[in-house]
Design a protein around this ligand. Structure first.
Ligand code: FEA
Length: 154
C-alpha cells in the first residue's frame, strides 16, 4: 500500500494550464489569454455541484469576466485594424457572437435556468482554446510576416 503524502492543502487546482503552443508571439495578447484561462480555472475551482453556492460565486465574478473578455477583444481588434489585417471583419464577428452568447447565458441563469458551473467553465475553456488555435492564430501569422507590424498608433 502506498501512502499519499501529497499535502491536502486547498491550493487551487489548475484545470487548464497555459502551454507555449498557445503563444501567438504578441506579449500583450499572450498575457491576456493567460488571464482568461485564470478566470476559467477559478470557475472550475468553484464548481462544487451545489447550485446555490455556484450561483453566488457566478454572480460575484461574471461581470468581471465579461469586462475582461471585452477588454481583450478590444486589444486584438485595435491591433488588427492598426495593422490592416484582412480577416478583421470576420474575426470581429466571432468576438461579437461570443459576447452575445455569454450575455444570453447570464440572462438565462438570472431568470432561473439551471446553472452548472462546470458546464459553463467547459464551454468557455473550449471556446477560448479553439478560438486561439484557429482564429487568433491567423492574425498572428499575418503579423509575423508583416514588415510594418506595429503595436501602437504611431
Ligand atoms: Fe480573438 Fe483571443 O480573441 N482569445 N480569446 N478568447
Amino acid at each position: 500500500m502506498t501512502i499519499n503524502t501529497e499535502p491536502t492543502s486547498s491550493k487551487p487546482k489548475e484545470h487548464v494550464s497555459w502551454s507555449d503552443s498557445y503563444s501567438l508571439g504578441v506579449k500583450i495578447v499572450d498575457d491576456q489569454h493567460k488571464g482568461l484561462l485564470n478566470f476559467v480555472n477559478d470557475l472550475f475551482n468553484h464548481a462544487t455541484g451545489k447550485e446555490e453556492d455556484e450561483r453566488t460565486y457566478f454572480k460575484s465574478v461574471i461581470n468581471e469576466v465579461l469586462q475582461y473578455v471585452k477588454m481583450h477583444f478590444t486589444t486584438e481588434e485595435k491591433l488588427m485594424t492598426m495593422n490592416r489585417f484582412p480577416g478583421y471583419a470576420e474575426h470581429k464577428k466571432a468576438h461579437d457572437e461570443f459576447k452575445l452568447v455569454v450575455i444570453k447565458s447570464v440572462k438565462d441563469f438570472d431568470s432561473g435556468e439551471q446553472l452548472v458551473l462546470e458546464k459553463f467553465a467547459n464551454f468557455l475553456k473550449d471556446w477560448i482554446l479553439t478560438h486561439i488555435a484557429k482564429v487568433d492564430k491567423q492574425y498572428a501569422e499575418y503579423f509575423k510576416k508583416s514588415p510594418t507590424f506595429k503595436m501602437t498608433e504611431n
